[in-house]
Design a protein around this ligand. Sequence first.
Ligand SMILES: [Mn+2]
Length: 311
Amino acid sequence: MERAVAEKEIRSLAKYKKIAIATHSRADVDGLSAAYALTKVYPNSVICSSEEPGEGAKMLAARLGIKVEDISNLKKSDFDGLVVVDTSAYTLLPEAKGWKILMIIDHHRAEGRDMQSDIQIVDVESPSTAEIIANILPEMDRETAFALSVGIIADGARFKSARTQTFETLAKLMTIANANYSELLAIAEPDPKDEAKIAILTAMKRLNFIYIGGYVVATTEVGSNESDAASLIAEAADVVFVAKWKDREKETRISARARASVKIPLNEVMDEVAKELGGAGGGHKKAAGAALKCHTDEALKTCIDIFSKKV
Ligand SMILES: [Mn+2]
């Protein structure tokens, strides 16, 4: 979508009296910063999500005084509808079911995308939702520029998926925010809590790896922090699948990561694994995930099988 058209679409929703702006459950800084930028366009709006926000999102919210409501506590009839940012899959925000979705702004790939809206601003080439919004709405205040800077730094996996525009956009935002990189990085990549450190080290202790078609592929299991563990292990292995059993949902969550040179798109692997085992999978080529209706052993075995087939 052309920039001017996208801006018109975003601004067209300002006619509504009250909008809820939702990001995926366990909000991250990309989703939160995108939602926050939109509150400046829709002054009478509320930001919402589900489950506890990530550490960086909590820090950003505290710094800018952003309030994040639990979407389950909102009364649908009080709102004209929902704007969804940084996801377009009900798996990542099941509580959005039953809401009228006025607009979706997202950078995730099509697999698993099952939310529908008349206005969909989706750029799968963008490393972050923050970058999409920063380019559509370049006029912004200092706080918004600060938030979007953090979103861009946090979601880009240390600029591994950055394009020229990412750096240009970030430089402009940092100038408006009058912020330095270390200050932004402290929120984009907060120091892990002890329980996260222990979860990651446990993931490493339980790690198995095999050689598949020239790639070192690792698998492991954790009780929490699966995506942090996956990101770190992918610094050493070529590909990693980290499993976590969710007792409440009776399902296994997989967090998958690959280094830049890996040719097999993990979002496709996750999608096929989900089709075989039941559940949903998708994400990006180098960072993907799935929620699967089976136990962790079977989930990891199927990840390896499907990956092997694709090599
Ligand atoms: Mn994102």
